[in-house]
Ligand binder design. Structure first.
Ligand code: DGL
Length: 268
């Protein structure tokens, strides 16, 4: 048993979808969430830059004595997970492997689609992770860079979002996929819209949900879980604009986003 917090980080606000799932599945665990709001978005930055930012955040979380680190950001997982795992003295869980495993388990036809930021898709990380689970599967990936600002604008069921989604989904429909991985922190909020466009025959895989389940398994395996009598709490830290974080964060987590600490990171 271990009462130390779990460290969770993201490029900004979207990682709150992972926090929401961690709170739901692991109510006894305390979390420290770092959102790099000064340097968001990561989705269009180079792998080297995302790795540098991720290393700095890992150091910060370790200075807060975390027992495990969750890279909630798909782009940071794609570019930096391997390196963070190499250097961290604690377990580091990303969002890509859990989503990949769930996608293979859900697909009957072996035709899987992945959507994510430009950086995540260009890295090929989801394709590699899915093929590592099952080499016979065919994967089609599509970058959807306009989804992140649309979600942050609260346009979750807006005509403009529908139109853009139709455009992004067209090549995936052409691949006749039966499973779609929501490979970006923000996309779980678009689930109702995406499933209304794709219909019930296409399974939507929420990486946030799968990642929380993987963290739960890891805590059990390493006997690091908090005592059942403990009540988990979340401490929020951002690198800029805490008021905006609280405002947009409400869409992800309701009134639970409050008391936000600001920690300025190295150069932007
Ligand atoms: N958190 C990012 C991801 O999951 C999306 C936002 C960004 O581009 O930084 O890929």
């Amino acid at each position: 048993m271990n009462r130390r917090p779990i460290g969770v980080f993201d490029s900004g606000i979207g990682g709150l979808t992972v926090v929401r799932e961690l709170m739901r599945q692991l109510p006894h665990e305390s979390l420290i969430y770092f959102g790099d709001t000064a340097r968001v978005p990561y989705g269009n930055k180079s792998p080297e830059t995302v790795r540098r930012f991720s290393r700095e955040i890992l150091e910060f979380l370790l200075s807060r004595d975390v027992k495990l680190v969750v890279v909630a950001c798909n782009t940071a997982t794609a570019h930096a997970l391997e390196e963070l795992r190499r250097v961290a003295p604690v377990k580091v869980e990303g969002v890509i492997e859990p989503g990949a495993r769930a996608a293979v388990a859900a697909s009957r036809s072996g035709r899987i689609g992945v959507i994510g930021t430009a950086g995540t898709v260009a890295s090929g990380a989801y394709v590699r992770a899915i093929e590592a689970v099952d080499g016979r599967v065919q994967v089609a990936a599509q970058a959807c860079p306009l989804f992140v600002p649309l979600v942050e604008e609260g346009w979750l069921d807006h005509a403009a979002t529908r139109l853009i989604a139709e455009e992004y989904l067209a090549p995936l429909r052409a691949h006749d996929i039966d499973t779609l991985v929501l490979g970006c922190t923000h996309y779980p909020l678009l689930k109702p819209l995406l499933s209304s466009l794709l219909g019930p025959s296409i399974a939507l895989i929420d990486s946030a949900e799968q990642t929380a389940a993987a963290v739960s398994r890891e805590l059990a395996r390493s006997t690091l879980h908090a005592p059942a009598a403990a009540t988990g709490h979340v401490h929020f830290v951002v690198s800029d604009a805490p008021k905006q974080f609280v405002k947009v964060g409400k869409m992800f987590l309701g009134e639970r986003v409050k008391d936000v600490e600001v920690k300025v990171m190295g150069e932007t």
